[in-house]
Design a binder for this molecule. Sequence first.
Ligand SMILES: Nc1ncnc2c1ncn2[C@@H]1O[C@H](COP(=O)(O)OP(=O)(O)O)[C@@H](O)[C@H]1O
Ligand SMILES: O=C(OP(=O)(O)O)[C@H](O)COP(=O)(O)O
Length: 395
Amino acid sequence: MADIKTIDDENFAGKKVLVRVDFNAPVDADGNVTDDTRIRAALPTINKLVGDGARVILTSHRGRPAGEGFEESFSLGPIARRLQELLGRDIVLSRELIGPAAQEVVDALEDGDVLLLENIRFDKREKKNDPEFARALADLADAYVNDAFGTAHRAHASTAGVADFLPSYAGYLMEREVATLTGMLDEPRRPFVAILGGSKVSDKIKVIDALLEKADTLIIGGGMCFTFLAAQGKSVGTSLMEADWVERAGAMMKKAADRGVALLLPVDVVCADAFANDANLATVSVDEIPDDMMGLDIGPETAELYAEAIGMAKSVFWNGPMGVFEMPSFEAGTRAVAEAVAANEEADTIIGGGDSVAAVNQFDLADKMTFISTGGGASMELVQGEALPGVEALR
Ligand SMILES: Nc1ncnc2c1ncn2[C@@H]1O[C@H](COP(=O)(O)OP(=O)(O)O)[C@@H](O)[C@H]1O
Ligand SMILES: O=C(OP(=O)(O)O)[C@H](O)COP(=O)(O)O
């Protein structure tokens, strides 16, 4: 990030500053934000700009609307209400995204005011990174700040295109996310233990590949472990197993062996006769998975082995749950791993976004972690060694 300007390089007094944030937060049926982590994470940047006396124009997406105009169910209204509470000041929410009507709202701002534009994906030109749309957004402001780490892997008008038209800066969250994640990957304190779970090997193959070049130990859990177990010739019953990926999983195991990386796979699993919390359960060795059952969590013996490896780490990177942690019958493995990570106070512990963050929150262990990323897809792309368009655009 050395070649990218940050907001500390500037005093924005009196300037109109367009700030891309990631306010894509979950909202319940009553219109309440159920997890405001991403909103809180943007506050330091907003407060710095307000403190400078800037006129702050926030822009974000929420969900994936059709792009054909306003849709109540994707409105940023609930976000604006929560932001207002957190900032303790009034927030103007503008239905207009660009053009003279939006300009009018912006012109009414005074120094230190905060405006939030409605869901930027209500205009389909956003996701197309349409240059005219990006130019029109830029016309609202004197400077551009990108603080939307969670959306930095998207090359959209508000995350990338707009930077062509304005002096551009990284916000504090963007800076911290990139520095923390790349810092661990480039110079981890060793042993470096990476933990990967979640549903599919196919989704994470590049991450597995990249981590095999960085980590000392790679722990595999979740649905993806069954493709690895199949590559070892084991029968996995009705578990989530990607037949097309068995060969790649085998190649990954060989790569681990060649590089001297300890690749840990489950030795026992919790099986069920249906994908349901009240299914009939059996905890079995991975050599004895019944043909008519599916593995939905790592077993207790595995959890103990994994916890032991995690306990010896000086750096831990974790992405993806060990089992179907949303159901109480299959949460024990993920809980055990979360507790082991939390208990290792000597290590730098980084949670790489996505469902592992939900799990850590579910077990009330978030404050025991060194760093929790606000980006799932974005942090995975960074780990894979891919350039993030939202960061590149700031160069
Ligand atoms: N053994 C399993 N079988 C089926 N699904 C699983 C299994 N283990 C975990 N999952 C599911 O994987 C999902 C998370 O996968 P994924 O989206 O890849 O992870 P993340 O969001 O952390 O990147 C969770 O909803 C979880 O229930
Ligand atoms: O929630 C997000 O991604 P994530 O679930 O991978 O962290 C971001 O806001 C990006 O959203 P998108 O995947 O609709 O572009």
